[in-house]
Design a protein around this ligand. Structure first.
Ligand SMILES: [Zn+2]
Length: 329
C-alpha cells in the first residue's frame, strides 16, 4: 500500500494548478491513500474525509483531508467529538476542527489495515503578533491520546505539515522558546508511541547536505519545504511521517519527492511510503524489529527508550481511567 503526505498550498495555486496537483497525486505518484494539508479536495471524489478549518474565511477555507484512490480500499471516517465529551469506541476528540482528518483504511475483506491521521500545524497567533504552531500541535496530540494510548498496539500512521521542525539550528534566529518547544513537541509524539519514519529509513537515502541543524552529521533531515518556493532557500523540513511500531515494521520504503514536478505544484514536496501487507502477529510496542533498513546502534537504543516511555504513559492513563471508574482508590 502506497501512502503519500503532501501540503498542497491551496491558497497560492490557480485552479488549473490545483487540478494538476490532484492528478499528480493519483497518476504520477500512484497513491493508494493521500494525506493532504492546505487542501480543498475537488467535488466528486468517491472516498474523502475532509472539513475546512474555516469555510467562511478565504484564508482558511481549506484543511486536512484523507483521500483513497485505490478502489480496493474503503475509507471510514472516525467520529469526532468535542474535547468536553468522554470518547467511546472509535471516537476521537477534535478541539481544532479542520487541522486533522482521521480515518480507518479498510481492505476488501473488511479488515482495518491502519488508521490514518492527516495533520496540519496551524499557526496560533499571539496578541503581540508572534505566531507558533506548538499550541495547536499540543491540542492535536491531546486529541489523539484516545487513539494512541491503547492496550492493544494501535496501527496508526500520522503525517503532515507540522509547521515545526526538529531541524533547530545551532545559530540563527531561533529563540530559547522555539528550541524548547521543538524538543517538547516532538518528544510528546514519541511519548505517544510514534516513530519517525524518515529517521527509521535514513540509511536508504542520501543525507541532506548542507543541513542547518545542530545535531551530529550526517543527520536524518530532508528538505520538504522551500521558502516562497525558491530553489535557493535554506533546505527546511516541516513535514513528517510517524507510525506506531506495528506499522513501522511493515515499511518497505520511504522517499521524499524533492523534484521539479512536485515543486511546480506546491511550496512543499510529498513524502511517499510503501507498506507491505502484515504477515505475522502485530509487533509489541517498542519491540518492533526493523526489517527493511539499516539501523544504527543509536536508533535501537532510541526505540527501547521510547517504548518504555510509551508503556509508562499507557499504564498511567489506564490507572487514571480505572480511578475515574471507581475501580481504584
Ligand atoms: Zn539535520
Amino acid at each position: 500500500m502506497r501512502i503519500v503526505t503532501w501540503n498542497m498550498n491551496h491558497c497560492q495555486r490557480s485552479e488549473s494548478s490545483r487540478a494538476r496537483a490532484w492528478a499528480y497525486l493519483r497518476d504520477g505518484l500512484r497513491a493508494d491513500v493521500a494525506l493532504v494539508q492546505e487542501a480543498q479536495p475537488p467535488p466528486g471524489l468517491a472516498q474523502c474525509v475532509y472539513r475546512p478549518i474555516d469555510a467562511a474565511n478565504p484564508r482558511y477555507n481549506w484543511g486536512s483531508a484523507i483521500v483513497v484512490f485505490n478502489p480496493d480500499l474503503e475509507l471510514r471516517a472516525r467520529p469526532r467529538i468535542a474535547a468536553s465529551q468522554f470518547p467511546r469506541g472509535d471516537e476521537v476528540h477534535d478541539s481544532h476542527p479542520g487541522t486533522t482528518a482521521i480515518a480507518d483504511i479498510v481492505d476488501r475483506d473488511g479488515n482495518v489495515q491502519l488508521t490514518a491521521v492527516s495533520l496540519y500545524g496551524q499557526w496560533a497567533y499571539m496578541p503581540d503578533g508572534e505566531f507558533f504552531a506548538a499550541p495547536t500541535l499540543h491540542r492535536i496530540f491531546s486529541d489523539l491520546s484516545s487513539l494512541l494510548l491503547r492496550a492493544d498496539p494501535p496501527r496508526v500512521l500520522l503525517a503532515g505539515d507540522f509547521n515545526a521542525t526538529t531541524q533547530v539550528a545551532a545559530d540563527g534566529p531561533w529563540s530559547k522558546l522555539e528550541i524548547a518547544e521543538a524538543e517538547l513537541t516532538f518528544g510528546r509524539a514519541r511519548a505517544l508511541g510514534l516513530h519517525d519514519v524518515m529517521e527509521h529509513t535514513r540509511a536508504n537515502r542520501a543525507s541532506l547536505d548542507p543541513c542547518s541543524c545542530a545535531g551530529p552529521k550526517p543527520c536524518a533531515h530532508v528538505r520538504t519545504y522551500r521558502n516562497r518556493n525558491r530553489s535557493q532557500s535554506r533546505p527546511t523540513q516541516l513535514d513528517y511521517m510517524f507510525t506506531t511500531p506495528p506499522l513501522l515494521a511493515e515499511v518497505t520504503s520511504c522517499a521524499v519527492v524533492d523534484d521539479a514536478a512536485a515543486w511546480a505544484l506546491s511550496d512543499h514536496c510529498p513524502i511517499v511510503v510503501d507498506l507491505r501487507p502484515p504477515t505475522g502477529p502485530a509487533a509489541i510496542p517498542g519491540r518492533a524489529q526493523n526489517e527493511t533498513s539499516d539501523t544504527s546502534g543509536n536508533e535501537h537504543e532510541q526505540v527501547i527508550d521510547d517504548s518504555e516511555l510509551y508503556e509508562m504513559e499507557r499504564q498511567h492513563m489506564t490507572r487514571m481511567a480505572r480511578m475515574l471508574n471507581g475501580e481504584l482508590k
